[in-house]
Design a protein around this ligand. Structure first.
Ligand code: SF4
Length: 689
């Protein structure tokens, strides 16, 4: 029997190391990798059940056109013909690619190179837009670069961990286990949870602030003013390494504790206690994820948090800093290759287009940003985009106004889908289906939330005629007549990506992994970037300034909290999120009964007072409805939920409009800076069925 193969978990952004040991009967034994710095051997319920999700049942293992099996050459010819024909007739912006944080960096790299360098459009966006685009935008506004300043170890070294809009216990469980273990060893470590719901994290926290939806900018503006009044701003750090403090203070000046309490629905005592804890504790890490990012004020929320850390100099030192945790296993890798419509490659922007074109020898480099996810699907619906290629994601379930996304694909001239399964809501809309290899079958790299690049390795043969995504992309690129896509392995792609990161980099950008191009790809050990050829790597950024803005200083921004949300007559505020044992639209986790045992069906958490007012009984089916769509879910009556709002997990899908497909109830509203949809803010009526 073969020994264990080192790989990583395909689920969340913690990026746990996994040991996969193929068994004689064709199954695989899964264990946490004790040597991986993300998890040191731990796995959560999802990671532990990975072996149960890799059967071939339901897999689509042959290409199809119009639902009919065809050869690879016919499928690739057809895809290239349709893309090429539309580009020739309507221009490059008439085609689009919508990818996924599930893609490996090598897949992402060639997809981005094809679209932005050779086809000549930046219409390539991914479901990472739904996940952490506001963090990217906030980082770039403040730091001049999309840089996560800290490392997981900081969460264990901190004396205060503040979790904002993050149910880490369920969504990034191993990281939460690390924090709890640190608190067990050092009981002085305190945890504050800021979340409208009483989540699992809230139940284990020292303080829970059940904030009103989108109250975060007001809360952190008040904290900013309080830190100033308390005299804990770091005058030297602010003077040497930041700009904008005066304007930011003017904007925050009115945010007294009582005004913050009014705007956030919190008690003045709780607000004061939180402010005092933050003020008195130098080693503080503020962790945030989708509750911050998925909002029409998501980027401002991020900057409100960054302001507090920058003004106190609590950044980039052990146990201190703001910390964005990404949802997906390779959202960070996607950011690194520029797999978003408003980025180019290797953390370069479009004003670096000539530099990237020189490196790629690209004939048609895109010079301006493309359409972000929600705008992209609007353009598909309006016929401005005539062909879309969707890879490893299920936007008919996960996009806001999910019914609108379905209608857009139904009306699109050409829908190409690369996926493991032809039965997802999106794959069913495909004109051309390309069967992709999955986790355990293909090889590449991923980057986790602490900037750590790890190898994902194959431990079983690729079944049927499935192929790795990078191969599929390169085949179509070659059929479109482009040179520079004749790679024979992911190792060659990674080496090129690493070279590009160091190409003409004279310290103007953070992402430089050029030294990894010289290492043995097969033996590549987890490495935290930067890993430059010249200079040294580092675990943390910005402890001594060194920001990537033109003047090298961080921007502390003046911010205006959004007006309070009103529910609308008779409606409840809809909040969405995840459960512990499912991942995204359940195409993988839905295959194991063990994981479905935690929650077996879609549900809505509703406060007992609202349930009584609306005549909804415990466990009764409830119809949720608004102008965008409808869903039917089971009522879970609980005071974990705030009065006036309702929580529904986003995982469930279905064939008809009336199912647990909750994103069908969310409007296509986005943050004006990041373009990230407000997936945690809808308004619905709820009636018993
Ligand atoms: Fe996988 Fe995330 Fe669980 Fe780690 S914490 S095992 S990466 S799902």
């Amino acid at each position: 029997m073969a020994g264990p193969i080192r790989t990583t978990c395909p689920y969340c952004g913690v990026g746990c190391g996994v040991l996969a040991t193929p068994q004689a009967d064709g199954s695989v034994a899964i264990a946490g990798d004790p040597e991986h710095p993300a998890n040191y051997g731990r796995l959560c319920s999802k990671g532990s059940a990975l072996a149960e999700t890799i059967s071939l049942e339901g897999r689509q293992l042959h290409p199809m056109i119009g639902g009919v099996r065809v050869s690879w050459s016919d499928a690739l010819d057809a895809a290239a013909d349709r893309l090429g024909g539309i580009i020739a007739e309507h221009g490059p912006d008439a085609v689009a690619l919508y990818g996924s944080g599930q893609l490996l960096t090598e897949d992402y790299y060639v997809a981005n190179k094809l679209m932005k360098g050779f086809i000549g459009t930046a219409n390539i966006d991914t479901n990472s837009r739904l996940c952490m685009a506001s963090s990217v935008a906030g980082h770039k506004r403040a730091f001049g670069s999309d840089t996560v300043p800290g490392t997981y170890e900081d969460l264990e070294l901190a004396d205060l961990v503040v979790l904002v809009g993050s149910n880490l216990a369920w969504c990034h469980p191993v990281l939460y286990q690390r924090i709890l273990a640190a608190r067990d060893a050092r009981p002085d470590l305190r945890i504050v949870v800021i979340d409208p719901r009483r989540t699992n994290c809230a139940e284990t926290a020292d303080l829970h602030l059940p904030i009103a939806p989108d109250g975060d900018v007001a809360l952190f503006s008040g904290l900013f003013a309080h830190l100033s009044n308390a005299g804990v701003f770091d005058a030297r750090y602010v003077a040497d390494h930041t700009t904008g403090i005066s304007d930011a203070l003017d904007a925050a000046d009115d945010w007294t504790i009582s005004r913050v309490a009014e705007a956030t629905g919190l008690s003045t005592a709780d607000v004061a206690l939180f402010f005092d804890m933050f003020t008195a504790t130098e080693k503080v890490v503020t962790v945030y994820s989708q509750g911050v990012n998925q909002s029409t004020s998501g980027t401002d929320k991020v900057n409100a948090i960054l302001n507090c850390h920058l003004a106190t100099g609590r950044i980039g030192r052990p146990g201190m800093g703001p910390f964005s945790i990404t949802g997906q296993p390779n959202a960070m890798g996607g950011r690194e290759v520029g797999g978003l419509a408003n980025m180019l490659a290797a953390h370069m922007d479009f004003d670096d287009a000539d530099r990237v074109a020189r490196f790629w020898e690209a004939p048609a480099i895109a010079k301006k940003p493309g359409l972000k996810a929600v705008d992209m699907f609007d353009a598909i619906g309006e016929g401005r985009i005539r062909a879309v290629w969707i890879m490893a994601t299920n936007p008919v379930v996960s996009l806001p106004d999910a019914d609108g996304a379905r209608r857009a694909l139904a009306d699109c001239d050409t829908v190409i889908v690369s996926d493991m399964f032809a039965t997802t809501d999106t794959a069913r809309m495909a004109d051309i289906f390309l069967p992709a290899a999955g986790w355990g079958e293909k090889s590449g790299t991923v980057t986790n939330s602490e900037r750590r690049i790890s190898r994902q390795r194959a431990f079983r043969p690729i079944p049927g005629e499935a192929r790795p995504d990078w191969w599929i992309i390169c085949q179509i690129a070659q059929r479109l007549g482009f040179k520079g896509f004749d790679y024979t392995s992911p190792a060659e792609i990674f080496a090129e990506h690493a070279e590009l990161s160091g190409f003409e980099n004279r310290g103007s950008r953070d992402f430089d992994i050029s030294a990894l191009a010289d290492r043995d790809y097969e033996k590549l050990a987890p490495a935290q970037w930067p890993v430059p050829r010249s200079g040294i790597g580092r675990a943390r950024f910005f402890g001594s300034g060194g920001f990537f803005t033109p003047d090298g200083k961080a921007r502390i921004l003046p911010l205006a909290p959004p007006p309070p949300k009103d529910r609308g007559p008779g409606q409840l505020i809809l909040n969405t999120g995840r459960v512990r044992d499912h991942w995204h639209t359940m195409t993988r986790t839905g295959r194991t009964p063990r994981l479905s045992a935690h929650y077996a069906e879609p549900f809505a958490e509703i406060h007992p007072d609202d349930a009584e007012r609306l005549s909804i009984r415990r466990t009764q089916l409830v119809r949720l409805e608004n102008a965008y769509g409808a869903a039917i879910v089971r009522a879970l009556v609980t005071d974990r939920q705030q009065k006036g709002s309702i929580f529904v997990p986003m995982h469930w899908t279905g064939e008809t409009a009336v199912t647990g497909r909750v994103n069908a109830l969310l409007g296509p509203f986005t943050d004006p800076v990041s373009g990230q949809p407000a997936l945690k803010m809808g308004r619905v009526s709820a009636t018993p069925v």
